[in-house]
Design a protein around this ligand. Structure first.
Ligand SMILES: NC(=O)c1ccc[n+]([C@@H]2O[C@H](COP(=O)([O-])OP(=O)(O)OC[C@H]3O[C@@H](n4cnc5c(N)ncnc54)[C@H](O)[C@@H]3O)[C@@H](O)[C@H]2O)c1
Length: 376
């Protein structure tokens, strides 16, 4: 029998929309042994959240996450709010025995992330972190190729996540520019995705050398545009990486790269070949294999839409998918894991490991020294 998982979603804007769409769409294409029921959506503003409930397909709405996470008819709490709210919502939800899906980065600091991991362990509840780019079919295929030894020993990871939306100094001091709300800037927002991809595809990171920069240091206050407030996060972050398996790497995350909209791209070089991926062409994976005959050597574009490719339960080959589908795959994997009583992936342990790297990059940027991360 198919199990029903009753969901409470906290947050109804960008990620709220992406997650709502995923809960709605998943069962039209996949048949895991558990299915989500879109029970209640939560936000701070009555008018905003009630409209969102109607538009996004939720049965009920609420302005109190405290009330929602304690409802006996809720199985899963989905945290799609700014970073400063992740810890309190998680602690309450874990105490109430709810499964938790949390947006990235897991928390605003390593100590908060550790508290969240301890809480879900103590509550014995399933926990998943929404690093959705692992769920792009081309990225999942890259993982299969690397794990299958096609690239040989991995030597380089080169990741860049470039955007340009915050270049205008007229853009107000949104929560993303406030360290107390977001933890960090481009580093936690975009760099955390690169760190997750690097850990997923290459392995654990053992040392970092980081650099952070803030180009626009003051911005207009959202409710008083004639006054300015201080930007307390980085606009750009860079880091050199050493991996436990001997590979080396670099990551660069910025919101100040004109023309780059959501350029989440990486190249991986191994002893037997290379592969490259760019989210703005997410149905494709480019692969170079040294073993190919000389006359046919070169990067080839794999169109990752065949039914035998990961997650490709969508359309006939060549009928491409997009950004929103990665969240459907997250929901699918979570439902499957919950129904089978298996741990979903990535989880809060990945969140803590990610946060250790984020913190090390911040420490390194401040001290201008390499920071080592001991194995755990
Ligand atoms: N996985 C991804 O690719 C991805 C992309 C963007 C954002 N994110 C992450 O998702 C989270 C949310 O980001 P966003 O872009 O959706 O932000 P957003 O500003 O678009 O939406 C935030 C939502 O949180 C709600 N909210 C804020 N404080 C609240 C509170 N105390 N109680 C109830 N609701 C509250 C707001 O009403 C709003 O609906 C962040 O952790 C962010 O880093 C992840």
């Amino acid at each position: 029998m198919v199990r029903k998982i009753h969901v409470a979603l906290i947050g109804y804007q960008f990620m709220g929309k992406a997650h709502s769409n995923a809960y709605r769409q998943m069962q039209h294409f996949f048949s895991p042994p558990a299915l989500p029921v879109m029970k209640v959506i939560c936000g701070r503003n009555r008018a905003g959240v009630s409209t969102a409930a109607d538009r996004l397909g939720w049965r009920e709405w609420s302005t109190s996450w405290e009330e929602v996470v304690n409802r006996p008819d809720i199985d899963l709490v989905d945290i799609a709010t700014p970073g400063d709210t992740h810890l309190p919502i998680c602690l309450a939800a874990a105490k109430a025995g709810k499964a938790i899906l949390c947006e990235k980065p897991l928390a605003n600091s390593l100590s908060e992330a550790r508290k969240m991991l301890a809480a879900v362990r103590q509550g014995g509840v399933p926990h998943m972190l929404c690093h959705n780019y692992r769920k792009v079919p081309a990225v999942a295929l890259a993982k299969e190729l690397i794990d299958g030894g096609e690239l040989g020993s991995i030597r380089h990871f080169r990741g860049t996540y470039l955007q340009d939306w915050s270049m205008s100094p007229e853009l107000p001091l949104l929560w993303r520019f406030d360290q107390r709300k977001s933890g960090s800037g481009a580093l936690g927002d975009l760099g955390s995705h690169l760190i997750d991809l690097a850990r997923f595809l290459v392995g654990e990171i053992r040392a970092v050398s980081g650099l952070l920069e803030t180009f626009v240091k003051q911005r207009p206050l959202p409710d008083q545009p004639t006054r300015k407030g201080r930007v307390t996060v980085d606009d750009a972050s860079l880091a050199l990486l050493r991996f436990a398996n001997g590979a080396v790497g670099s990551i660069e995350a910025t919101r100040f790269a004109p023309g780059r909209k959501n350029y989440n791209a990486f190249e991986i070089n191994g002893s037997l070949g290379s592969l490259t991926f760019n989210l703005e062409r997410l149905n494709e994976l480019r692969l170079f294999l040294c073993k190919d005959a000389r006359h046919s050597q070169g990067f080839k574009d794999i169109l990752v839409t065949e039914s035998f490719h990961p997650y490709m339960n969508w359309w006939p080959p060549g009928h491409v998918i997009g950004y929103e589908h990665t969240f459907v795959h997250i929901v699918h994997d979570l439902m499957q894991a919950m129904a089978r009583n298996q741990p979903p992936s990535p989880d809060f342990q990945d969140g803590v490991a990610n946060q250790r790297v984020l913190q090390a990059i911040q420490e390194s940027a401040q001290s201008r020294q390499w920071i080592s991360l001991r194995p755990r």
